[in-house]
Design a protein around this ligand. Structure first.
Ligand code: ACO
Length: 338
C-alpha cells in the first residue's frame, strides 16, 4: 500500500481529452453472435453499446488523439512536456507503446513508458506521475489510460464479451507550488485474489533443440468470475474511498462528482448509495462505451468537463478497481479551463 500525506509541491489538473473508435456495436448485434439480449445486458450492467477498434485504426492512434486534446486544452507547447505515462494492459508492443505516442505528440523532451494495472491503471499512473511532479524533478506530465480489450475478449463467451469496449482518455497535470489539486490518494493490490480476473499467457511449450523447450508467446482470452469481481468492487471501493474521505476530513456531501471506474452501473449505484451521493452527482457513460478498462476514468472525466458538468474548482472523488486484484482512490480538484 502507498499513500501520501504531505507533498513538497502540489499538482494541478489543467487539461483532458479522449478518443473512441467510430465503430459502435450495440447489444442487439451481439445477440446475433452469442445467446444474449439487450434486456439482460442493460438490466445487469447498464451497457447498451460499446466501441471497437477496426482496421485502419490503432490503440496508439486513439491514445495519441486523447493526449493531443489534453495538451491543447492545457495550452502547452509539446516540447515542455517532461513525462508521458500510458496506462494500458493491451499495448501494441510488449516493449512499450508510450514512446510511439511521445513521437506522435512531438513531445521530444518527454520520457515515456507504459504502466499496467488493468482497470486501476489510470489511477496508478496518475499517482506515479504525481510523485515526479511533487518531488520537483518534473513539471508537466500527460497521463493516458487506453485499452483495446476487444482483441483479448472471447467474442463467443457471453459472460465477458458483452462487458468490454475500446477507448482512450488523458489528462494533463503540472506541478503547482501554490496549490494542490490532488488532495490525497490510496492504492492497493491483492495478488492472492487475482485468479478471478485474468488475461494470462497460455502455457504452451514447444521443442527448441534436443532436451530443451521454449514457451510460446501467446495469451489466452479474458477470463472472469463476474460475481467474485462484483463482490470485491462493492466491498473494497466504499472502504478505500471512505478511509480517504476520513483521512482528509471531507464529508461525502462536499463531493461534487463521484467518478468511478465504469464497469457496471449496479456497482456505481451501490457505491453512491453507501455515501448517500445522489444519482445526479454520479458520473456514468458506460451505457455508450462499456468497460474500456484503463480508459474509463479519463474518458468520463473528459466528457463531463467538455459538456460543462464539471467546472473549475469542483471536487471529484475517484476510484478504480480491477484485475490484479488492484484498486485505488483519489480525491482531486479539477483546475482545467472549463
Ligand atoms: N446474456 C444472457 N445471459 C447471461 C449473460 C449474457 N450476456 N451472461 C451470463 N448470463 C447468464 C449466466 O449464464 C447465468 O445463467 P444460469 O443462472 O442459467 O447459469 C445468469 O445469466 C447469471 O449469471 P451471473 O454471472 O451470475 O450474472 P451476474 O448477475 O453476476 O452478472 C456480471 C454478471 C454483469 C459480469 C457481473 O457479475 C459484474 O458486473 N461483475 C463485475 C465485473 C467487473 O466489474 N469487472 C471490472 C474489472 S474488469 C478489468 O479489470 C479488466
Amino acid at each position: 500500500m502507498i499513500s501520501n500525506s504531505q507533498s513538497e509541491s502540489g499538482i494541478s489538473f489543467v487539461g483532458c481529452g479522449s478518443a473512441t473508435p467510430p465503430k459502435i456495436i450495440n447489444n442487439d448485434q451481439l445477440g446475433q453472435r452469442v445467446d444474449t439480449n439487450d434486456e439482460w445486458i442493460k438490466s445487469r450492467t447498464g451497457i447498451r453499446e460499446r466501441r471497437v477498434i477496426g482496421e485502419n485504426q490503432s490503440l496508439i492512434d486513439l491514445a495519441s488523439d486523447a493526449a493531443l486534446k489534453a495538451i491543447k486544452m492545457a495550452n502547452w507547447d509539446e516540447k515542455t512536456i517532461d513525462l508521458i505515462i500510458l496506462a494500458t494492459s493491451t499495448p501494441e508492443d510488449l516493449f512499450g507503446s508510450a514512446p510511439k505516442i511521445q513521437s506522435n505528440l512531438g513531445a521530444s523532451n518527454a520520457v515515456a513508458f507504459d504502466l499496467t494495472a488493468a482497470c486501476s491503471g489510470f489511477l496508478f499512473a496518475l499517482v506515479t506521475a504525481s510523485q515526479y511532479l511533487a518531488s520537483g524533478s518534473m513539471k508537466r506530465a500527460v497521463v493516458i489510460g487506453a485499452d483495446q480489450l476487444s482483441k483479448w475478449v472471447d467474442w463467443d463467451d457471453r459472460k465477458t464479451c458483452v462487458l468490454f469496449g475500446d477507448g482512450a482518455g488523458a489528462v494533463a497535470v503540472e506541478a503547482n507550488k501554490n496549490d494542490n489539486g490532488l488532495i490525497g490518494y490510496d492504492l492497493k493490490s491483492d495478488g492472492s485474489r487475482g485468479g478471478c480476473l485474468n488475461l494470462s499467457q497460455s502455457n504452451i511449450f514447444l521443442d527448441l533443440v534436443q532436451g530443451a523447450t521454449y514457451q510460446k508467446g501467446e495469451y489466452l482470452p479474458i477470463r472472469m468470475e463476474g460475481k467474485e469481481v462484483y463482490k470485491f468492487a462493492v466491498k473494497e471501493v466504499p472502504i478505500i474511498l471512505g478511509e480517504l474521505l476520513d483521512k482528509h476530513q471531507i464529508e461525502s456531501e462536499s463531493i461534487d462528482w463521484l467518478l468511478l471506474h465504469q464497469a457496471n452501473q449496479r456497482i456505481l449505484d451501490a457505491v453512491a448509495s453507501r455515501f448517500l451521493i445522489p444519482s445526479d452527482k454520479v458520473l456514468s457513460n458506460l451505457e455508450h462505451y462499456g468497460n474500456t478498462s484503463a480508459a474509463t476514468i479519463p474518458l468520463m472525466l473528459d466528457e463531463a468537463v467538455r459538456d460543462e458538468r464539471i467546472k473549475s474548482g469542483d471536487l471529484i472523488a475517484c476510484s478504480g478497481f480491477g484485475a490484479g486484484l488492484s484498486w485505488g482512490a483519489a480525491l482531486f480538484y479539477w483546475h482545467g479551463p472549463y
